[in-house]
Design a protein around this ligand. Structure first.
Ligand code: BES
Ligand code: MN
Ligand code: ZN
Length: 508
């Protein structure tokens, strides 16, 4: 069952409230205490007269995140008039004083759910700010809200009267400028949706080779994609990554994606993702309850793939590397045993105490490989690494660990700007004692305490002097709270955050 949503811009001046049969929804915005702009007032004409009383009855104060609707308004030829608030208030996203237009777009889209034809009058008289970029952000929010993952739903529910095709027209003063500004937001929205779909796909469909194939498709937008198979990784010496996948019938892969939009020879920025297409825990097998969620244990790799797609599609002026380690963690006759000792690509050895602490093993080799091969400006890795980060931060913030204050600060700011928030956690030599091994250079788990920190501490042993940050997204990458712009289990978390980081600091 495929639903399509088509979003376009039109001139607000030609925005005729449909004169024909009703059925459409018209959305207008209202400021403090239900005040309407002159243009909005003109647009709805005589119908505007009842709005002060209607907004009073609805206790509508014009705040972002509030709205009321009139059904079959007498003076208007629309089935429904939705009046939405546009005054910054408590619900304004990102805890910033400005309106987040993406969130506003998502909110409005949610409220019009069910209409086949939606007209949205986005009049810049209603707020302060740059109209074209506001309209573009708004459009991105509409698209992100409209995303559904319904490829495996073959039947429509009897009481489901939602149309299969929705047409959204956003009326603005200068549609050409809005369309231009919207190009980059389109690229970002597509990247987020790609990441979401990768996370939502079940593990019988999205196994490592299939994930690599989907990454390969980014060649269409100009990303160069290199796939390392088991033979290539064996040759390089990625034994630790391979040790995680060796219990599975599916072969492991490592995919290196490159986008060269910056100056030739300029060192790249690098993003590394954990791509465990399914995490059973291996021989240290997980309990049955909730194990199905472990199809999302590749959300870090999905984010990196979505980000590379976004950077290329919007032709970002940056050189970027995206590297993902893709494995399936299964028990089996060839699986790694507790007590096994593996030699990493770096030469350091790890005693495997618990085969369920596998993400750090995958990342150890990929981090080392990227830093050695590409000499990047910085490395940011993303991983659904520990349940402990859920205990610490829940689903709201991702855990941030970094060896570099500037990078950490930039990530924190980009997080506030996009609503994909991160919270910095400590790294300190004292924690290293917790992962000392009797037999090898380190063991792969600490004790019960500080589980997210010991995991990050292990990753740091595979990073030399390069600025590095690790984002533990076990709480945000999947099954996070539904928001105005995300109703999907796989959230696509991190694409907007990292795109913003690049745009604000690393583009020529
Ligand atoms: N993939 C899990 C972490 C996870 C948990 C992600 C919940 C998303 C939701 C990871 O590989 C794992 O199993 N970590 C263990 C580490 C432990 C064995 C030290 C954990 O968190 O329990
Ligand atoms: Mn695990
Ligand atoms: Zn895992």
């Amino acid at each position: 069952m495929k639903r399509t949503v088509d979003v376009s811009f039109a001139s607000l001046a030609d925005f005729n409230v449909p004169g024909g049969a009703g059925g459409e929804t018209l959305v207008v915005f209202s400021g403090e205490d239900g005040a309407l702009s002159a243009q909005t007032r003109a647009l709805i004409g005589a119908g505007a007269e009842i709005l002060p009383r209607a907004s009073e009855t609805a206790k509508f104060k014009g705040k972002v995140g509030s709205s009321f609707e009139l059904l079959a308004p007498a003076h208007l030829n629309v089935g429904r008039l939705l009046v939405a608030g546009v005054t910054p208030g408590k619900k304004t996203a990102a805890e910033a004083p400005e309106i987040d237009f993406a969130t506003l777009g998502g909110y409005v889209m949610g409220k019009t759910n069910g209409a086949a034809n939606v007209l949205i009058a986005l009049d810049p008289a209603d707020w302060k700010g740059e109209p074209a970029s506001a309209a573009a952000d708004f459009m991105m929010g509409v698209k992100l809200r409209a995303y559904t993952f319904d490829v495996y739903k073959t039947k429509k529910k009897e009481d489901d009267d939602k149309p299969n095709a929705v047409k959204v027209t956003i009326g603005v003063v200068d549609p050409e400028a809005a369309r231009r500004a919207a190009q980059s937001r389109d690229a970002i929205a597509d990247g987020v949706q790609l990441a979401r779909s990768l996370v939502n796909e079940p593990a019988n469909v999205l196994f490592p080779v299939e994930f690599a194939n989907r990454a390969k498709a980014l060649e269409q937008v100009g990303v160069s994609v290199e796939i390392l198979d088991v033979e290539a990784m064996t040759k390089i010496g990625m034994r630790t990554l391979l040790s995680v996948g060796q219990g599975s019938a599916h072969d492991s892969r490592c995919v290196i994606m490159r986008w060269n939009g910056g100056k030739p020879g300029e060192p790249p920025v690098a993003f590394i993702g954990k791509g465990v297409t399914f995490d059973t825990g291996g021989i240290s097998i997980k309990p049955a309850a909730g194990m199905e969620d472990m199809k999302g244990d590749m959300a870090g790799a999905a984010c990196v793939t979505g980000l590379m797609s976004a950077l290329a599609a919007r032709k970002a002026k940056v050189n970027a590397v995206g590297a993902i380690g893709i494995v399936e963690n299964m028990p089996g006759g060839k699986a790694t045993r507790p007590g096994d000792i593996v030699t990493t690509l770096s030469g350091q050895t790890i005693e495997i105490i618990n085969t369920d602490a596998e993400g750090r093993l995958v990342l150890a080799d990929v981090l080392w490989y990227v830093q050695d091969k590409f000499k990047p400006k910085f490395m940011v890795d993303l991983a659904t690494l520990t349940g402990a980060i859920l205990v610490a931060l829940g689903n709201e913030y991702a855990g941030l660990f970094s060896n570099n204050d500037e990078l950490a600060e930039r990530l924190t700011k980009s997080g506030l700007a996009t609503g994909e928030k991160v919270w910095r956690m400590p790294l300190a030599p004292a924690y290293e004692k917790l992962v000392e091994s009797k037999f090898a250079d380190m063991k792969n788990v600490g004790g019960r305490h500080a589980g997210s920190i010991t995991a990050a501490q292990i990753l740091q042993k595979f990073v030399n002097d390069v600025p590095w940050a690790h984002l533990d997204i076990a709480g945000t990458g999947m099954s996070s709270p539904q928001t105005d712009i995300n109703q999907s289990w796989g959230s696509g978390w991190g694409v907007r955050l990292l795109d913003r980081l690049v745009a604000d600091h690393y583009e020529a």
